[in-house]
Design a binder for this molecule. Structure first.
Ligand SMILES: *Cc1c(COP(=O)(O)O)cnc(C)c1O
Length: 342
């Protein structure tokens, strides 16, 4: 039996043998006392990559995003973000639950919003309105089909937030996909964002964990919030070692995932039963099935070929490419797509 080809998400990757070795060998200590050398090394390494002062290793990207929002807002504050943002759609209503803040949704294009939209969404200083305190960008944009912001686009938004004294956060769950695709240097981000969340457990292939990066005093506060959320962990160095290994060995290879996604996008363009494929920019492929094709039937057909994928809205399917997808598997998918008879 061939292994299952799992296109549901890039979170499904398992540690490679070399990553497991790094985990076995990690020196560890109690991270609640800040005494885990591997956690400390990962936090410093990540911060330095992005030109930030400090980092905090957390169990998930939801936690790093929610901690950042908590730190930048007060109750009665408002957060500006795109309507399809992960922080709004997929974090269980955490902005209201954790921060008692409201949200100003902006209709971006494939998840990306503009400086003009941000400026227009900032509330006037008037007691009828919540106080705009934070803008959050997502790079790459999940629901935008892996679209990405370039550094100049980010800089233009940062100019607006700075002018108005508003914080700028990055949900960089897949930020390295954006950086590899654009060829830009991560250090440039440090000049523009107040805080950055980076997932190690997506395309980078670590089993668990995200980093929150920012200025030292803010990250010290972040450690308090992480504690109160139950995220104070002890010998987390075994997990941090996987994250460190991922940052040191799995960034450049994201190009392969992008190449695989492009191949799948091209195959879908040829398929008579597909009406639209979102432009493929990184490792996500979102496409729309013709109205006469039943989505469940299509997914079951793929399952019969050992391929699993996610439904992503009416008639929409998402494929995500990743570390555990070989060129042979991509060819198997392309063959299966060609053989589908509606
Ligand atoms: C995966 C993801 C996160 C964080 O998810 P966790 O599962 O909590 O680690 C945040 N933002 C985006 C855009 C994501 O894709």
């Amino acid at each position: 039996m061939n292994p299952i080809i799992d296109l549901r998400s890039d979170t499904v990757t398992k540690p490679t043998p070399a990553m497991l070795q790094a985990m076995f060998q990690a020196p560890v200590g109690d991270d609640v006392y800040s005494e885990d050398p591997t956690v400390n090394e990962l936090q410093a390494y990540g911060a330095n990559l992005f030109g930030m002062e400090a980092g905090l290793f957390c169990p998930s990207g939801t936690m790093t995003n929610q901690i950042a929002i908590k730190l930048h807002t007060q109750p009665l504050s408002e957060v500006i973000c795109d309507r399809t943002s992960h922080i709004y759609v997929y974090e269980g209503g955490g902005i209201a639950f954790n921060s008692a803040a409201s949200v100003h949704l902006v209709d971006g294009v494939r998840g990306k919003i503009t400086p003009q939209q941000v400026e227009a969404a900032i509330n006037p200083d008037n007691i009828h309105f919540p106080v705009t305190r934070l803008v959050s960008l997502e790079n790459t944009c999940n629901k935008g089909g892996g679209s990405y912001y370039t550094v100049p686009e980010i800089a233009a938004i940062a100019e607006v937030t700075r002018k108005h004294g508003i914080a700028l956060h990055l949900d960089g769950a897949r930020v390295f996909n954006a950086l590899v695709a654009s060829g830009e240097d991560a250090r440039a981000y440090g000049n523009h964002f107040d805080t950055i969340s980076v997932c190690l457990s997506k395309g980078l292939g670590a089993p668990v964990g995200s980093l929150l990066l920012g200025p030292k005093p803010l990250i010290e506060q972040a450690k308090r919030v992480r504690k109160v959320l139950g995220g104070g962990w002890r010998q987390a160095g075994y997990l941090a070692a996987a994250g460190l290994y991922a940052l040191q060995h799995h960034v450049e290879r994201l190009r392969e995932d992008h190449d695989h996604a492009t191949q799948l996008g091209n195959a879908l363009q040829q398929a008579p039963y597909v009406t639209e494929v979102m432009p493929v920019e990184t490792n996500i492929v979102i496409f729309t099935l013709a109205s006469e094709v039943n989505t469940d039937h299509f997914l079951k057909y793929l399952q019969g070929k050992g391929i699993v994928a996610s439904s992503f809205g009416p008639q929409k399917i998402r494929f995500v490419t990743h570390l555990d997808l070989s060129p042979e598997m991509v060819q198997d998918i392309i063959n299966a797509l060609a053989d589908f008879a509606q």
